[in-house]
Design a protein around this ligand. Sequence first.
Ligand code: UTP
Length: 295
Amino acid sequence: MTMKKSRRIRKAVIPVAGMGTRFLPASKAIPKEMLTIVDRPTIQYIVEEVVDSGIEEIIFITSAGKDAIENHFDYDYELDMVLKAKGKTEMHREVQHLADLIDIVSVRQKKPLGLGHAILSARNVVGDEPFLVLLGDDLVLAERPCCRQMLDLYEEVGESIVAVQTVPQDQTFQYGIVEGELKRERVHEVTKMMEKPAPGTTDSNLAIIGRYILEPEIFEMLARTTPGHGGEIQLTDALLAMALKRTMYAFEFEGTRYDAGDKMGYLQAVVAYALHHPQLKDGFRQHLLEVAGGL
Ligand code: UTP
């Protein structure tokens, strides 16, 4: 495995401009990233993962109708005054903490042309430095934040990294799939990538999930990428172009990923996060046992 001097990663791009059609009608007037997982919106867990990993700045890629996401991490002076006047100190602290978490800037994706296009919209704000990408509806429940695990690997290898998980072979057609050479436990050097491959076209079951560390050259690749699967500019196509030019790693992170943009994934996330919630876990576990016993 090549060891390269890595540059420090300071910025995380979080695309939240998608239409969320899988979660209709809930996502019609409310961004799917704002749907609640136990006691906070999905996007808050993702921002907290970034903060806990030591990143300094977040760039949201947004679209019309997503203001609630920016407002969630902003000061609300009226609410501030009301909570103070009512003496709700704990709640006041909690709400203020959100606005103090990290510097956030927003960039509009002018047209919904796909994830690759959304990331390309961040080009000027990211500049010429490596950066993290986290999808706004992909949750990873882990002891060490998934991003932190990836940053540790990046510090060693200094090349782009995609987070992957193994999925059942009959589900590979739903994911971006990586073929690679195992370099050490959990780390593969990427040799090939396919977006939603037709059944039987690959033996690999390493599926890309919504966490990436990208070298800034990805912007060149994205600018040259023509619309692919579904008529969208696919990040996977640009990643493959980059993997052919320079080394890229696929990393099997430690933790469990939930696709909170999908109804079943969302329900699984609610259960998993409730079972980890310090105040709720015991009562909720008891309730689940009662429900399961009655099935
Ligand atoms: P999804 O595949 O979940 O697409 O996007 P979507 O449009 O959000 O939702 P569905 O499939 O219609 O239900 C993966 C990530 O890419 C972002 C989404 O916000 C999500 O974080 N995205 C997707 C954009 O920012 N812009 C796009 O044009 C497409």
